[in-house]
Design a protein around this ligand. Structure first.
Ligand code: AMP
Ligand code: MG
Length: 532
């Protein structure tokens, strides 16, 4: 076993095969006709590693000795570029809140290189908050501790929940202070700077394609599409190495499917991304860019955690599936020059609804503990349930765990009992609301009886898809408060709880509790801004 990192192997396909910027400076600029610009991570004052996700280290084949080394700390904070790495910032554009925003690019993320892991798979390492790049515009390229903790914990929580996502290898303090106006209200303050090392096969986004298309850089668009298909969708790459319009249509269809599948998973666990701009949608269908995201606590399809989105609520929970399709339409437009036929693209976009609906129904059947979805019977059962969940403020996560405990052959009181704990305000459960629940539970019982599933079987099946632990907004905030005082035990404990989100962990009941009242309106718990 060696502690040194110099033996790690890198093979940087993105920078090798796609056109890059000849200018090495980090000065903000428009960079036509390139897929990337060189970017050097900034040295930091006194780097300190505060958490490493062991599973991600293992995925990369990193040993404990390597992780414990000063070299690793320096690499994970941009203070050491290993031989074979080729640090770069991607150039991409995007639609932000529905409007075309032109060139954006990695303004506070620097890709270090593409690592070839011992099992031969490849993972790109990327530092978020490692300093300025040509795409930083007027901003500093840095990230603060609170948002870095949120990204670090949530990436890993999502992975353990079974949701497609980018990963996070490490969380580190830079030792530098960063000025931030948290709510954009004219109160800037110094905050501790931090860096998360993110990991994904690639960080290519819808916006990478969109920018080439918008600028009329069609040769580059074709080169990027060919690269992406060949390297990340090899099953679609034609044997003769000569892609046709059909190849690009098949690629688009696959992205449509993956995006629909990802949205189903978000809706299953109650995740609200908060900034579903097209520059924040991964071409691989991974959840990417954890910023002002939030988790549904009381079930409310109109909720958005992002204060920047407060007016239009474009990215509210219930709107996410539709936005997924809207974003795909922008990607479809970008790919059009390679296909020059709108019809197959339109068919693929329409296919999103079919794919999403089928996935959503399967998912919801699972949440309810039904063997199979039967639209005629189950659609009204679901619609009525979702309405009931908003009648009295109901914790989504606790509700579905409670539903798994409902005795099908019990009395109305017996059936209602396991749900009691999921209501935020007991007084809201009026006689009328309670009657509605009794009626719904009776229909549910009848439906389960038709399946013939035992209570025990149903509970086991439901608890495998309805998590008990999710990254509740206030839990992350408590860990942040503690970390800001220099204590990272809360961060590491939360990471550990989220490793097994479907299994009750004795002694950790406090992580499965409803949001306390103080968190209802506190910044960071219910309100977040893009500023990080
Ligand atoms: P987001 O919506 O947070 O994913 O970011 C949108 C765009 O703004 C991306 O191009 C980011 O790289 C850029 N950006 C956000 N924050 C910063 C920052 N602190 N410094 C430089 N660029 C940033
Ligand atoms: Mg982004």
């Amino acid at each position: 076993m060696t502690a040194t990192l110099s033996a790690l192997s890198f093979d940087n396909r993105y920078t090798r095969e796609l056109p890059g910027d000849a200018n090495e400076s980090s000065q903000s600029r428009q960079v036509p006709r390139v897929a990337w610009s060189p970017a050097a991570p900034a040295a930091t004052a006194s780097p300190r590693l505060v958490s490493v996700a062991a599973e991600v280290a293992e995925l990369l084949g990193l040993t404990e000795e390597q992780i414990a080394s000063d070299e690793f700390r320096d690499m994970a904070t941009g203070n050491l570029v290993l031989p074979g790495m080729r640090p770069f910032a991607m150039r991409y554009g995007g639609h932000q809140f529905g409007n075309w925003a032109g060139q954006l690019g990695d303004g506070r993320a620097i890709n270090l290189g593409e690592m070839v892991t011992p099992d031969g798979s490849r993972q790109t390492l990327q530092l978020k908050g490692a300093g300025r790049t040509p795409y930083s515009r007027s901003a500093d390229g840095l990230a603060v501790l609170r948002s870095s903790i949120r990204e670090y914990l949530c990436s890993e929580a999502m992975f353990h929940l079974g949701v497609p996502t980018t990963r996070a290898l490490s969380l580190a303090l830079t030792g530098d202070q960063v000025m931030r106006d948290m709510l954009y209200d004219g109160h800037p303050e110094l905050e501790p700077g931090a860096i998360v090392c993110r990991v994904a096969p690639t960080f290519i986004r819808f916006g990478n394609f969109e920018l080439f298309a918008a600028m009329g850089e069609l040769d580059e668009l074709g080169t990027l599409a060919d690269f992406t298909i060949r390297e990340y969708f090899p099953e679609l790459w034609p044997g003769d190495g000569a892609p046709t319009p059909d190849t690009y249509v098949a690629f688009f269809k696959e992205v449509v499917h993956r995006t629909a599948d990802m949205l189903v998973e978000w809706q299953r666990v109650g995740f609200v991304h908060g900034v579903m701009n097209t520059d924040n949608l991964s071409i691989l269908g991974l959840t990417i860019d954890y910023g002002p995201y939030g988790w549904l606590e009381d079930y409310d399809p109109d909720w958005t955690p992002n204060t920047t989105d407060r007016n239009g609520k474009r990215y509210r929970f219930g709107n996410q599936p539709g936005i997924g399709q809207w974003n795909l339409a922008q990607l479809g437009n970008a790919l059009y020059p390679l296909i020059e036929d709108a019809e197959p693209l339109q068919t693929a976009i329409d296919g999103y609804v079919t794919r999403f609906r089928a996935g959503y129904q399967r998912m919801f059947a699972g949440k309810l503990g039904l063997v199979e979805w039967d639209t005629e019977r189950d659609e009204p059962l679901m619609v009525d349930l979702l309405a009931l969940l908003t009648d009295a403020e109901t914790d989504m996560t606790l509700f579905f765990r409670g539903l798994a405990e409902v005795p099908i052959d019990g009395s109305a009181d017996d059936r209602f009992e396991p749900l009691r704990n999921s209501f935020y305000v007991p007084d809201q459960v009026t006689a009328v609301v309670r009657d509605a629940w009794d009626e719904w539970l009776a229909r549910y019982a009848e439906r389960v009886q038709a399946d013939g599933t035992s209570d025990a079987e149903r509970k086991a099946a439901m608890n495998a898809v309805n998590p008990i632990y999710v990254m509740r907004n206030y839990l992350a905030q408590l860990a942040i408060d503690q970390a800001t005082d220099g204590d990272f035990t809360g961060v590491n404990e939360l990471l550990d709880v989220m490793r097994n989100p479907y299994t009750e962990q004795p002694g950790r009941e406090q992580y499965a509790e409803k949001r306390p009242d103080w968190a209802r309106t506190r910044v960071g718990c219910s309100m977040l801004s893009c500023s990080s």
